[in-house]
Design a binder for this molecule. Structure first.
Ligand code: ZN
Length: 180
């Protein structure tokens, strides 16, 4: 849950980050920036700011901003009916971004959010800088985190059904509740 004031502040802050990263958005789009706190009510620690540029039945194009040291929790994109699940490409615009996938544990730059050790199970770290990109196959577990500079990234994917994303942390709910 976040307050409408928190949402507005997050939108403003995100717009500034995008501007700094050289990405032009309209005033209308600023108001469409979502602050996904994932029901954890500590947006600064775990969550992400997301602006959807395009979403059709086939493709989605979004921009994701992470405040400094903010973590998008571990999740995967499950199959839906005949669809094998969302295939997602992340391209870093400003960073670095620490991206975690299954493999040898080698965390150096990133960190596991305090008290959440059980919910961050894949710990192979990729340090991604501006211009780096990665394609995550459907169903593959992943999470990502910014450093002290924050991060801005593009997410280009097959149809996004964010509401169906699965998270390791059982306390997470994908829908953001906004209160006054
Ligand atoms: Zn994902």
């Amino acid at each position: 849950m976040i307050t409408s004031k928190e949402l507005e502040e997050a939108q403003k802050r995100t717009a500034e980050m995008l501007k700094k990263a050289g990405i032009v958005i309209t005033d209308e789009e600023v108001k469409k920036i979502a602050a996904a706190d994932l029901g954890l009510s500590h947006l600064e620690k775990e969550g992400a700011q997301i602006l959807t540029f395009l979403e059709t039945d086939r493709v989605a194009f979004k921009i994701i901003a992470l405040f400094p040291n903010q973590t998008m929790p571990e999740h995967w994109h499950p199959p839906v009916g005949d669809d094998p699940g969302k295939e997602e490409t992340i391209r870093v615009i400003s960073g670095p971004l620490f991206f975690f996938i299954p493999g040898d544990e080698n965390i150096r730059e990133g960190f596991i959010p305090e008290g959440k050790e059980a919910y961050y199970t894949v710990r192979h770290e990729l340090v991604m800088n501006p211009g780096d990109q990665i394609t995550v196959e459907p169903g593959k577990v992943h999470w990502f985190q910014s450093g002290i500079e924050g991060a801005v990234l593009y997410s280009i994917s097959s149809t996004a059904r964010d509401i169906l994303d699965r998270f390791t942390d059982p306390e997470i709910v994908r829908e953001t509740v906004i209160v006054d």
